[in-house]
Design a protein around this ligand. Structure first.
Ligand code: FES
Length: 120
């Protein structure tokens, strides 16, 4: 089945995610389908993502602010994630835990911002 959108123009390539750090530094990296945004960040040595729990949604140190242009596509946090976000630092309406965002073709071009500090 053919893909649609920007991803189809770069057939056989991985989706790209841009991380914008608190200091404004931008890192655009390739992401594996099925990986999480957190795993993509760690694999590419993106600063600002700590991920203490390794992706089990229990630490909230993988907080990202999804760019407003992507927020509706990425969607809202699930109940367990939302509970963890309540305890996170610097939460915004578009905040998500990066370990709970799966990379799909629809996220090709995704932009997320990392906070100044990860913690609770
Ligand atoms: Fe711990 Fe995401 S890595 S909540």
């Amino acid at each position: 089945m053919p893909t649609t959108g920007l991803f189809s123009l770069r057939d056989n390539l991985m989706p790209r995610i841009t991380f914008i750090l608190h200091d404004g530094t931008r890192h655009t990296v390739d992401a594996e389908l099925g990986a999480t945004v957190m795993e993509t960040a760690l694999k590419n040595d993106i600063g600002g993502i700590v991920a203490e729990c390794g992706g089990s949604c229990t630490c909230a140190t993988c907080l990202v602010h999804v760019d407003e242009t992507w927020s509706a596509i990425v969607g809202k946090p699930h109940a367990e994630e939302d509970q963890m976000l309540d305890a996170a630092f610097e939460v915004k309406p578009t905040s998500r835990l990066a370990c709970q965002i799966k990379v799909t073709e629809a996220l090709d071009g995704l932009i997320v911002h990392t906070p100044a500090y990860q913690g609770r």
